[in-house]
Ligand binder design. Structure first.
Ligand SMILES: *Cc1c(COP(=O)(O)O)cnc(C)c1O
Length: 408
């Protein structure tokens, strides 16, 4: 096993071969017909959601943030496991509506919502998380035109941030949401326009592995919501606290302690019941729900030694998996957990770099890692690839075919 592998592999291994959805990887590769491909394990998706639900208070509504992985079959599967979905474009909205999920369980967030997207969201009857005055006007116009009273929530850019998060999405000057200090004005405007005010959405950050930081942000979100509720045109029915639950990608990182978060959320729920009795609590998670269940599989098509260092050249790379290459926001490049899927238990005896076929040194899958001696034809597996994989990658770069995605 390599030092970049997680302590506990989520997939079973039989005869040295990784099993995905109960299928040996080598067989799965034959079934898909070509490499590279992404594979997502239904059983792991289900287990992950169930464990989380068992840990959080039952009153907390669990939403899936579709941009983490919008593959339609996967979204369909997730729709049966969560209470709602959050989308960030009309394209994602269509994927979720196609699952049959009721519009009242769908919310639409993100900066730069186009007028036609907002009109479609109003027509569909989904909750629109308002992020600017212009969006508010657009939504009101669409509502008038369609004879529908739009359902809106205010996405608030809080006056605090989620500490220790990989990506800050709130606090300070941000393109996301309405600054907390301007929210009362927007709430008045919602009343003036006669829109159906549902609640607040506060998303302060992403990829946080420290339970204390998430707990602190949730406590401050509750305070903020109680403060803003005084300005609300009608009872607040929803408080979406965002999420930010991280997953361990790199060696030295540990699983998030969701038990402490669950304990704290129980207190949040009871305070909410006391102070805003009509409001349901929701959290929205992307990577936490889907990352571990997904792998990216690429085949070694060449092997070469340059001045003493071995390179495994694969048929896939950063054009399919930008995050694993280290080019999706990492400041210091680290290796994702990688293994040779058809030689999992073999002894690591070679220090090597796994690279892709692109003509750039940025196209790295794993740099200087210990792997079993691998041969041409072997399958390199990048773990923790169920979120921000294919759709977060520059697939058109160099014109290689787009990889398949399978839900097993
Ligand atoms: C991206 C996003 C999420 C999901 O983030 P993860 O880190 O994948 O959990 C949730 N809410 C909003 C508003 C987002 O933009």
């Amino acid at each position: 096993m390599t030092d970049t592998m997680p302590r506990k592999l989520p997939f079973p291994v039989v005869d040295n071969c990784l099993q995905v959805g109960g299928v040996p990887l080598t067989r799965l590769a034959q079934r898909v017909g070509r490499t590279p491909f992404y594979a997502y394990d239904r059983g792991l998706l289900t287990a992950r959601a169930k464990t989380l639900r068992a840990t959080l208070p039952r009153q907390v509504r669990l939403h899936y943030s579709v941009k983490a992985n919008p593959m339609p079959a996967l979204v369909q599967h997730m729709a049966g496991l969560v209470d709602g979905c959050d989308v960030s474009s009309a394209g994602e909205l269509k994927v979720v509506l196609d699952t049959g999920m009721a519009p009242e369980h769908i919310s639409f967030s993100g900066p730069g919502k186009r007028e036609d997207e907002l009109a479609r969201a109003v027509a569909a009857g989904v909750l629109i998380n308002i992020e600017s005055m212009r969006e508010l006007q657009c939504v009101a116009r669409s509502g008038d035109r369609l004879g529908i009273r739009p359902r809106v929530a205010v996405r608030v850019n809080p006056d605090f941030e989620l500490k220790s998060s990989g990506m800050r999405m709130g606090g300070g000057a941000k393109q996301f949401g309405i600054d907390a200090e301007l929210a009362p004005q927007v709430l008045r405007q919602i009343a003036a326009l006669g829109l159906d005010f549902v609640g607040l959405h506060v998303f302060s950050g992403s990829q946080c592995l420290k339970a204390e930081a998430i707990i602190e942000a949730q406590a401050r979100t509750l305070e903020l919501a109680v403060r803003l509720a005084q300005h609300a045109p009608q009872d607040m029915r929803l408080l979406n606290m965002g999420g930010g639950f991280g997953v361990p990608y790199f060696s030295g990182e540990n699983e998030l302690d969701i038990r402490s978060i669950g304990d704290h959320l129980a207190q949040v729920v009871s305070r909410l019941e006391a102070q805003l009795p009509q409001a349901q609590l929701a959290i929205e998670l992307g990577r936490y729900l889907v990352s571990e269940a997904g792998i990216y599989v690429t085949r070694i098509i060449d092997r070469k030694v340059s001045r003493g260092h071995a390179f495994l050249v694969a048929d896939g790379g950063m054009h399919h998996h930008l995050a694993a290459s280290g080019n999706l926001g990492q400041v210091i490049r680290k290796n994702y957990p990688v293994l040779i899927g058809n030689r999992v238990a073999a002894h690591n005896s070679e220090n090597t770099s796994v690279v892709g076929p692109l003509c750039t040194p940025l196209d790295l899958i794993a740099d200087k890692i210990d792997l079993p001696p691998a041969k041409i034809g072997d399958l390199v597996v990048v773990l923790q690839s169920g979120a921000y994989g294919l759709t977060a990658s520059p697939t058109a770069f160099l014109g290689h075919p787009v990889p398949e995605e399978v839900l097993v």
